[in-house]
Write a protein that binds this ligand. Structure first.
Ligand code: PDD
Length: 285
């Protein structure tokens, strides 16, 4: 079965789908994106992802590509046409197509909209979560507006490749103050030896993850103590547990950071519990 993408009003075979070479997303990374998990063919936490998308657009003074109700139909249709049972759906919105000039096109042009979806292997993800993953740390080198989910992901690409080159799954950024910000495509968490669940505040230095927000609800219901504060790699090396969160992985336990074994080197029980409980708290549509 061929994969189908939605590109500016058309559902097309992925191999034929293309954007204009003068698209500002391509020329300047002048665009935003969103990623939703799909479970049982349905989108997880769609309203929260759309609220973040609208915020990203506002921050970049970009127009909405279409009304939210229509966008939801397009995304559901891409999921349906690709017969995704478990996977992820991506959307990218750029400021549109215009002759190359750094300033915004005037008059404004229509934003470009691309929606794609892909299946993920549930059993493989579960097996990986049962083993846990390794992370490395790397110096933060992104722009200060990482709270906006832009398609400008070159530093994230390089960080992920650095992790791979070192035999790790993910890289955690460390800011100039010596504190962990987040991963190349996930939020970073540790659990202290006295059972406190720690993640950086979403006020500065990270993307405010939707999975992170739902996990905060899960923690409250499990009566686990949350601390939104900075932590250093050294604190992480000595933590009882560590994990990362994102729409595509939900909760992925971390068993090694910069070669330091976390806990007993196996996924921690709290991380696994959070992974298990997550979908009871997320909204499906
Ligand atoms: N990444 N931080 C960064 C830099 C991210 O790219 C992501 C998500 C997150 C977690 O956000 P959420 O829980 O809303 O997925 C944090 C997505 C999954 C991606 O780029 O594919």
């Amino acid at each position: 079965m061929s994969r189908i993408a939605y590109v500016n009003g058309h559902y097309q075979n992925l191999r034929d789908a293309a954007v204009n070479v003068e698209d500002r997303g391509y020329q300047f990374a002048d665009g935003i994106y969103e990623v939703c998990e799909i479970v049982d063919g349905k989108m997880v936490d769609f309203p929260r992802h759309m609220a973040r998308m609208q915020r990203s657009l506002r921050e970049l003074r970009m127009a909405e590509a279409m009304p939210l109700s229509s966008l939801k139909i397009v995304m559901q249709e891409v999921v349906r046409r690709n017969r995704i049972h478990y996977g992820i759906v991506y959307l990218q919105i750029s400021r549109g197509v215009a002759h190359r000039d750094h300033g915004f096109p005037s008059p404004a042009v229509k934003p470009s909209l691309v929606v794609t979806a892909k299946s993920l292997n549930f059993a493989k993800n579960q097996a990986q979560a049962a083993r846990g993953v390794k992370v490395i740390t790397t110096a933060e080198n992104r722009w200060p507006r990482v709270d906006i989910k832009t398609v400008g992901l070159l530093p994230n690409v390089l960080a992920r490749q650095e992790a791979r080159d070192k035999g790790a799954y993910e890289a955690w950024y460390v800011d100039a103050g010596g504190f962990v910000t987040e991963g190349a495509s996930c939020n970073a968490w540790i659990i202290t030896r006295d059972g406190k669940v720690v993640t950086r505040s979403a006020e500065r230095g990270i993307l405010s993850g939707i999975t992170r927000a739902v996990l905060i609800d899960v923690l409250a219901s499990l009566q686990l103590k949350l601390e939104e504060r900075n932590f250093t790699p050294d604190e992480a090396y000595h933590a009882a547990e560590a994990f990362v969160s994102s729409a595509s992985q939900i909760v992925m336990p971390v068993v090694s950071i910069d070669g330091n074994v976390i806990g007993n080197g196996k996924p921690g029980s709290i991380a696994l519990r959070l992974r298990e409980e997550f979908h009871r708290f997320s909204a499906i549509s």
